[in-house]
Design a binder for this molecule. Structure first.
Ligand SMILES: *Cc1c(COP(=O)(O)O)cnc(C)c1O
Length: 393
């Protein structure tokens, strides 16, 4: 008789990450570079707050890494999404297409603008929005007018779409961009989980009109808390900086502000941490991919589940590694979560679909059958950078 599935899973994970007498978190930050030196420099010089040389250096380097013309640092990824959507043209009473399978921040950012999230189904291959299914859906419910795409059922303009690259794996951005061009819907990438991932060799975050990154403590690199807005458009880049810095008009001493705006500036001390982390990103990516490869190997011959691999033409940062249970054993998920956590191996389910939350239960939505199926079957497993060190040769 074969051992129960939870034992097989625990053994496979232990084979990769070693013994688990101690608790292994899902994703812990790693500080192995110039973090101390740069943060100390902020304290020694007094430049700890909302302006300083590390903000400029971090923004310049981020833009380079992401292959965009402008990167604007902000206090967190949610704030980045908020301002990116505003700059994409989203206004009150409009709709924004977002995946049902995403972290709450995507939907919250839409709501901050008094716009409505309109939920889209996922692709089995990428876990992100399915552009073909979306196109077929828009054929049924949408029409093009002089000022853009309208939902004929609600009468509201569909002002933007936010594809989210789940766990670092790329949405099919080539097809999505084509479909969205046809429907004249601006694309704002939620690249919070996918810094360092590429599709066709091009960094995620560089495919849309704008994108948002997050540097929260659990992401591939961290500034403590933080985020960034990315864009190639110089006008939007300038506006992003202006709107996130209280719309203050430059002046040697006067308090001139030309509109209501936000205090979303990233402090210099956080940017210093970020700059040191970004220097290590290539090494982090190597270790994370090595870890994913090790997991893929041990789970290759485990029945009733699959290790989630990067989609075709995507080189993923493998931010969070994931197992996808077969439909036939989906009802075992919670038990597997219990048993792995009891063995000091932190595992988590994926987010509840947005339409299962009270705020969004009646929000417009298409058929979400794929997202529903994925939601009940995904399990994240330990993915910290340093777990991959042993495999990074
Ligand atoms: C982490 C994350 C964000 C932003 O989170 P913050 O904590 O505000 O930095 C946004 N969207 C997704 C999908 C995320 O995973």
């Amino acid at each position: 008789m074969s051992p129960p599935l939870y034992e097989t899973i625990i053994q496979a994970i232990q084979k990769v990450i070693g013994p688990t007498e101690q608790f292994t978190p899902l994703h812990e930050p790693h500080f192995g570079g110039n973090e101390w030196a740069y943060v100390k420099e902020c304290i020694d010089t007094g430049w700890v707050s909302s302006v300083g040389p590390f903000v400029d250096k971090f923004e310049a380097e981020l833009a380079k890494v992401c292959c965009v013309n402008h990167a604007i640092c902000v206090v967190n990824g949610t704030a980045a999404l908020h301002v990116a959507l505003l700059l994409a043209g989203v206004r009150s009473q409009e709709e924004v297409l977002i995946p049902a399978l995403t972290f709450i921040a995507t939907a919250n950012a839409v709501s901050y603008l008094h716009a409505t999230p309109h939920l889209i189904d996922s692709s089995k291959e990428t876990l992100g929005v399915d552009p073909i299914k979306l196109d077929e859906y828009l054929d049924k419910i949408a029409e093009l007018r002089a000022d853009g795409c309208y939902n004929t059922q609600t009468g509201k303009r569909i002002a933007a779409i936010v594809p989210m690259h789940v766990f670092g794996h790329s949405v099919d951005m080539v097809t999505l961009n084509k479909v969205m061009e046809k429907w004249q819907i601006p694309v704002v990438e939620d690249a919070a989980e996918s810094l360092g991932s590429t599709l066709n060799g091009k960094p995620l975050g560089s495919f849309g009109k704008l994108a948002a990154l997050s540097f929260n403590g659990n992401k591939i690199m961290t500034t403590g808390g933080g985020g960034a807005i990315l864009t190639n458009d110089p006008k939007l880049g300038k506006l992003a900086k202006h709107l996130t810095t209280t719309a203050k008009v430059p002046h040697p001493w006067a308090f001139e502000h030309d509109q209501v705006a936000f205090n979303y500036r990233m402090p210099n001390i956080n940017a210093a941490l970020g700059y040191a982390q970004l220097e290590q990103l290539p090494g982090f990516l190597k270790k994370k991919r090595a870890l994913a490869k090790a997991y893929a190997k041990v789970f290759e011959h485990v029945d009733n589940l699959n290790f989630v691999r990067e989609p075709e033409k995507c080189i993923s940062n493998y931010w969070l590694n994931a197992l996808l249970l077969d439909e036939t054993i989906a009802e075992q998920r919670d038990q597997l979560l219990e048993q792995t956590n009891a063995q000091n191996i932190m595992t988590r389910p994926v987010w509840n679909l947005m339409n299962s939350l009270p705020m969004f239960k009646d929000t417009p939505q298409m058929d979400l059958s794929v997202a529903l199926s994925l939601e009940k079957r995904l399990i994240n497993i330990p993915s910290s950078v340093m777990l991959g060190a042993a495999y990074d040769t």
